[in-house]
Design a protein around this ligand. Structure first.
Ligand SMILES: [Zn+2]
Length: 121
């Protein structure tokens, strides 16, 4: 149980720290994919009765019940992750928008740290 809580919090922290970069939605999608896969595998025998020997024969009828939990867990991670992704990243005045490097006193508007020209000046 504690593993699932740590897993969810770990994803949200990573998404929060990397939001604004392409890594954040990629991490979110990659981390819910095993949960989504588990939900599909658990629900599979419900929709395909002939394939009953697939993965422990629907766990003795508890597959659908477990799928409710895996589905809800995946949806919760996705929903909170999307809210975190939507929160704007605050860039301090005079810092690079991309890498937040402090550009105070820099001779050009090109960031010396990441080479970006989109600096907040
Ligand atoms: Zn920069």
């Amino acid at each position: 149980m504690i593993f699932f809580i740590i897993y969810a919090i770990g994803i949200w922290v990573a998404v929060y720290r990397l939001r604004g970069k392409w890594h954040a939605p990629a991490i979110l999608m990659a981390s819910i994919s095993p949960i989504l896969l588990a939900t599909i595998v658990l629900l599979w025998p419900s929709f395909h009765p002939q394939s009953n020997d697939l993965l422990l024969a629907n766990l003795g009828g508890y597959g659908r019940l477990l799928a409710v939990f895996t589905g809800a867990f995946g949806f919760m991670i996705l929903f909170v992750g999307a809210v975190i992704l939507a929160t704007p990243r605050r860039v301090p005045a005079g810092c690079c928008i991309i890498c937040r490097y402090d550009l105070t006193g820099a001779p050009t508007s090109i960031c010396p740290e990441c080479g970006s020209v989109e600096s907040a000046r």
